[in-house]
Write a protein that binds this ligand. Structure first.
Ligand code: SF4
Ligand code: FES
Length: 241
């Protein structure tokens, strides 16, 4: 265990934890857009910047990546920290002016309109990579990834086309902070809409109640990886027992 101070409050924490985790455990709010406790931190959004002082040296760091240490002094609301957060959210608002979550966060940080607008079509993806990390680390299929560099960076499926390994689970949509990915079940089909591709998945019909309840590809994947007989999914969860 180490002792550190966050906003003047003395905190105890396990060494491998990050400042963001310890702040959250102690009820101290730090804004984030690219953090999710189920996946490894990525440091994409930079909204979680805080000031740390260690051995007399002051620095601004991303709290989702920075590990706690004995004697660390953390300040989450300095003028410099707030300036960085405002600049970050101004850029995100310019990129994604239609994203409600970005608009709300911008408003909270005192930014009400974008400093400039992009000529290309508006979209909602902030390139946080939460969808790709969940797909890879939690689901285990890596159906999507971030491609290209700099201003051409995009979240995409291979060749911007139907991803052959995607199982249609929709985890990417659940985790996306800006709702840049959506999915809906229409009749016997799940439709997942991403910024550059729309994919359709056939849903499995319950042999008892007739309801379409999960993508066939997802059920085949679960059966294969968990060693479950495919027939176990002939009946939907509501009709079991
Ligand atoms: S689609 Fe959503 S989760 Fe994926 S990178 Fe873009 S904003 Fe992040
Ligand atoms: S939450 Fe730390 S960089 Fe996004």
């Amino acid at each position: 265990m180490v002792k550190l101070t966050i906003d003047g409050r003395e905190c105890r924490a396990e060494e491998e934890k990050t400042i963001l985790e310890v702040a959250s455990e102690n009820g101290i709010h730090i804004p984030t857009l690219c953090y999710h406790e189920e996946v490894s931190p990525y440091g994409a959004c930079r909204l979680c910047m805080v000031e740390v002082t260690r051995k007399g040296r002051k620095r601004l760091v991303a709290s989702c990546l920075y590990p706690v240490a004995e004697g660390l002094v953390v300040r989450t609301e300095t003028p410099e920290v707030n300036n960085i957060r405002r600049t970050v959210i101004e850029l995100l608002l310019a990129r994604c002016p239609d994203s409600e979550v970005v608009q709300e966060m911008a408003h909270d940080l005192g930014v009400d309109k974008p400093i400039f607008s992009l000529e290309e079509d508006n979209h909602k993806c902030i390139l946080c990579a939460l969808c790709t990390r969940v797909c890879q680390e939690v689901v285990g299929v890596s159906a999507i990834t971030l491609v290209n560099r700099g201003v051409d960076r995009q979240m995409a499926t291979p060749f911007y086309d139907f991803s052959e390994v995607c199982i249609g689970c929709g985890s990417c949509s659940f985790v996306c902070p800006t709702r840049a990915i959506s999915f809906e079940d229409v009749g016997d089909t799940r439709v997942i809409t991403m910024p550059h591709v729309t994919m359709e998945f056939k849903l499995k019909k319950c042999s008892k109640c007739g309801k379409y309840w999960a993508p066939e590809r997802q059920l085949e994947y679960i059966a294969k990886t968990a060693g479950i007989a495919p027939e176990a999914f002939d009946i939907c969860p509501d009709c079991r027992d």
